[in-house]
Design a protein around this ligand. Structure first.
Ligand code: SF4
Length: 305
């Protein structure tokens, strides 16, 4: 892959722990501003507006400096998500080691730590992950929305799917809970059955999230579909211009059937929340996840009218 030039900055912040409004709640931790993985569908690109960046998403990154967390115990039992609007294991983490720093600061906290990544650089920190896993709840999640490396490289500049899968297996085999985050599911492109079949022996959870085209990247994605898969344009127009949910409703039913086939639980939020028997990951339906907040696994969502 061609290395793109990234403009690096440094910013001081009072705290790297931000109260999160994501569906999982807790705290969001982003050791960097910006993300060199440059995913074309990145909803986090809205960050540009708040951080004074006019550059193209994926071409800049600010390294955050924060005062050492002295009282990490206050996060005991809290969910702490590392990498909600950046990938903490982007390639520049090799140099700056800020994700390792936050993990070291939280290692005795008792927090429920979730690392979200598209990289295998997380393997560098296996020693620390194992230490954290002894004292905290730890989960590592990889986003994988295709097994087709060509489509993957059209969409992001992170490592290959094969490298993500290999990293997931290594972490899983070490006894750490892993997630395959099938996100975003591209209508007509993402084959959830093939992915579930490929990962089910090496993860505890599978999360499903639909492609959302609310952001400024809608045109980029629609243009890409028109150029590469014009036969899918009517489907994308139905979903993204006419707000038709039938494709994802049918996919929900399909996911439920796949869950049955493999003897997996099928739920609509992340609880129950533990390691599961190998080969039977819990499949979590996060389609239209904004409706999941505050629900239990009753199947009843807070539907918007
Ligand atoms: S890895 Fe995540 S934060 Fe980074 S560009 Fe991709 S979607 Fe955005």
């Amino acid at each position: 892959m061609e290395e793109r030039e990234i403009k690096i900055g440094h910013v001081d912040t009072k705290s790297v722990m931000t109260k999160s409004n994501a569906p999982l709640g807790g705290y969001a931790v982003n050791p960097y501003v910006g993300c060199p993985h440059a995913c074309k569908y990145c909803y986090a690109s809205f960050m540009k507006r708040f951080t004074g960046h006019n550059e193209e998403w994926g071409t800049f990154m600010d390294v955050k400096n924060w005062p050492e967390i002295k009282n990490a115990g206050k996060y005991a039992g809290e969910k702490v998500i590392i990498g909600t609007v950046t990938d903490g294991y982007n390639p520049l983490e090799e140099t700056y080691r800020k994700t390792r720093k936050i993990l070291e600061e939280l290692k005795d906290s008792g927090a429920d730590i979730l690392i979200c990544t598209k990289s295998d650089l997380v393997l560098r920190d296996m020693d620390l992950l194992l230490e954290i896993n002894r004292k905290n709840t730890l989960t590592v999640s990889w986003s994988i929305n295709t097994l087709d490396e060509a489509f993957r490289s059209d969409m992001d500049e992170a490592v290959s799917i094969e490298r993500r899968l290999a990293a997931m297996k290594q972490v899983y085999d070490k006894g750490i809970r892993t997630v395959c985050f099938i996100s975003p599911v591209f209508p007509g492109i993402t084959d959830i059955e093939a992915i579930i079949d490929r990962v089910r022996e090496q993860c505890d959870l599978i999360w499903l999230e639909n492609l959302n085209l609310r952001g400024g990247f809608k045109k980029t994605i629609m243009d890409y579909i028109a150029q590469t898969q014009p036969d899918l344009i009517p489907l994308y127009e139905e979903i993204y211009n006419k707000k038709d949910r039938s494709y994802f409703e049918a996919l929900e039913r399909k996911a439920e059937m796949i869950a049955k086939k493999y003897g997996c639980r099928f739920v609509d939020n992340e609880t129950p929340y533990e390691r599961v028997e190998k080969g039977h990951p819990t499949i979590v339906d996060y389609f239209y996840h904004e409706e999941v907040r505050g629900t239990s696994n009753s199947g009843k969502r807070n539907k918007r009218s």
